[in-house]
Design a protein around this ligand. Structure first.
Ligand SMILES: NC(=O)c1ccc[n+]([C@@H]2O[C@H](COP(=O)([O-])OP(=O)(O)OC[C@H]3O[C@@H](n4cnc5c(N)ncnc54)[C@H](OP(=O)(O)O)[C@@H]3O)[C@@H](O)[C@H]2O)c1
Length: 213
């Protein structure tokens, strides 16, 4: 696997897909948009402008990295719809598997949404958890935000770190894929903070390194 990213594929055409796709296009990446509704995906690609194309839902994505930008409740069925077409791919799981009433996380105890998604992938595919702690509108504004990521496969993680860096984010590796459990709790923390103490979704978490230097 080369660490150079030439093309990314995004499954989904909602708010997060838009925020990530715009940064990717700005960075010079080719973006393939894949949606269950082809006309919606085409309209999204047209809006993104040159550099964006549409792919066929369920067929092999053309991207080096595949961003799964659908609700967690749909993620397993989407992965199943693609099946073997995801073989050997790096899948970025951005989902926040939170209960609709925000009472907690819906992934089974001792697991994470990312680990559950990984169970449905074909051989050779790798999941990297990333983006779930960043809000779409904040991502869209720009700025070098901190982007946490967790994955088991070192090479997949390096590729995602390269992509994050290329779109102006600061990749911060928090460990193996089981750490997605912590990232998903952090996603819930951010939503709780936005709805309560901060009173706005216009927030991002930042890590200061070397404070005692
Ligand atoms: N919004 C945020 O700030 C934010 C931040 C961090 C992480 N996230 C996570 O990012 C993911 C996407 O969030 P979003 O805000 O972009 O959601 P969104 O605006 O509602 O978009 C969701 C997209 O998923 C597609 N989709 C839904 N069910 C599907 C299915 N069964 N098969 C195929 N496609 C399906 C939708 O397609 P249609 O248009 O055809 O319905 C739509 O394009 C979620 O998992 C969320 O937890 C969101």
């Amino acid at each position: 696997m080369s660490t150079t990213i030439s093309k990314i594929s995004i499954i989904g055409a909602g708010g997060m897909a838009t925020a990530i796709a715009n940064r990717a296009i700005t960075a010079g990446h080719a973006v393939e948009v894949i949606g269950r509704d082809r006309s919606k995906a085409q309209a999204f690609a047209d809006k993104l402008g040159p550099g964006a194309t549409t792919g066929t839902y369920g067929a092999a994505p053309k991207g080096d990295l595949i961003i799964l930008a659908v609700p967690y409740s749909s993620a397993a069925s989407v992965v199943a719809d693609f099946g073997a077409a995801l073989g050997g791919k790096v899948i970025i799981d951005i989902t926040n598997p939170v209960a609709p009433d925000l009472s907690g996380l819906v992934a089974p105890s001792g697991s994470s949404g990312a680990q559950e998604i990984a169970k449905g992938l074909p051989a050779g595919a790798h999941v990297v958890k990333a983006f779930n702690t960043l809000f779409g509108p904040v991502l869209s504004k720009g700025g070098r935000l901190d982007a946490f990521m967790a994955a088991d496969d070192a090479e997949a993680k390096t590729r995602v770190a390269t992509f994050l860096e290329s779109i102006g984010l600061r990749p911060l590796d928090i460990g193996a894929l089981h750490m997605a459990q912590t990232l998903e709790s952090l996603g819930l923390l951010m939503i709780g903070l936005a709805r309560n103490g901060a009173g706005t979704f216009d927030i991002a978490m930042r890590v200061d390194i070397g404070l005692t230097r």
